[in-house]
Design a protein around this ligand. Structure first.
Ligand code: LIP
Length: 271
């Protein structure tokens, strides 16, 4: 019975993320207006971010009145149903600003308190309108890309692995993150830095990457895509088998994940 409910939540997430993706793409084609800046010059807020989140919030309230909402641009609102929607209206904001296609709308339905340490993700959708890609999953139901089942790679070691990562907006943090990258470059096949955490996680799920890790993510960056990756066979974790979060979000197949975590832990100062 729960799986039916999870798939209904997945369908809602996909439907609204598709519509929000169309809105974001339309606004992009009309020109992006920077509405202001947040933590640093490169951490920009766009009008499209705010408009897209307002659309998603209203559409969810129509179909799921009483659910909670936790969005990048408007903060958290506790609901009465036990389900909270965790939303990144435009993940890959800098890509979006520069007209690069790697941006997405990420919507997850979680059960429990809206904190990644304790919630259970029930369903998620990641829609990349400029790429024509719709990733989705429901807990216990597997993960798909454009309706086709997806699965992680079986690559068992760092040597020869294609690994993605990302960096925070803060220069001091980037200096430390570069130390990890320097060590990883000596081992991996190559590195990719796509600029959108949710797409990186979905690409691990689809076998387009062997692994991904990043430190400093926000809950909405990984809420939906972590479920998609897990349902595709990835181990998605923080340090020492804790849930993914700000200290570390890492995804890879179960043999590669501990090897990737070890090199990050060995060279990271953000334990
Ligand atoms: C982005 C993440 C990306 C990270 C960027 C930024 P945003 O989210 O998706 O992985 O490296 O620093 O946090 O700000 O575009 O929603």
């Amino acid at each position: 019975m729960a799986e039916v409910a999870n798939d209904q939540l997945r369908r809602i997430a996909v439907d609204i993320a598709r519509q929000a993706g169309e809105l974001a793409a339309r606004r992009r084609s009309e020109g992006v207006h920077i509405a202001g800046s947040k933590s640093s010059l490169v951490d920009i807020v766009t009008l499209a971010d705010q408009e897209t989140e307002a659309f998603i919030r209203s559409a969810l309230a129509d179909v799921r009145p009483g659910d909670g909402f936790y969005g990048e641009e408007s903060g958290a609102e506790v609901g009465t149903t036990g389900v909270t929607w965790v939303v990144d209206p435009i993940d890959g904001t800098v890509n979006y600003l520069y007209g690069l296609p790697d941006y997405n709308v990420s919507i997850a339905a979680v059960e429990g308190d809206p904190t990644p340490e304790t919630w259970t993700a029930l369903a998620g959708a990641v829609v990349a309108p400029a790429l024509g890609e719709v990733y989705s999953a429901a807990l216990g139901e597997g993960a798909t890309l454009n309706g086709d089942p997806i699965r992680v790679t079986e690559h068992p070691e760092l040597t020869g692995a294609l690994i993605a990562t990302g960096f925070g907006y803060d220069a001091a943090k980037r200096r430390r993150q570069a130390l990890v990258l320097a060590e990883l470059l000596l081992e991996a096949r190559d590195i990719r830095r796509g600029g959108a955490a949710a797409l990186d996680l979905c690409r691990v799920a689809a076998g387009k990457l062997d692994g991904y890790f990043e430190q400093g993510l926000q809950p909405w960056d990984h809420a939906a895509a972590a479920l998609i990756a897990r349902e595709a066979g990835a181990r998605v974790t923080g340090f020492d088998n804790t849930p993914p979060g700000r200290l570390l979000t890492l995804a890879a197949n179960p043999r590669l994940a501990p090897l990737l975590e070890a090199i990050v832990a060995e060279h990271s100062t953000e334990m």
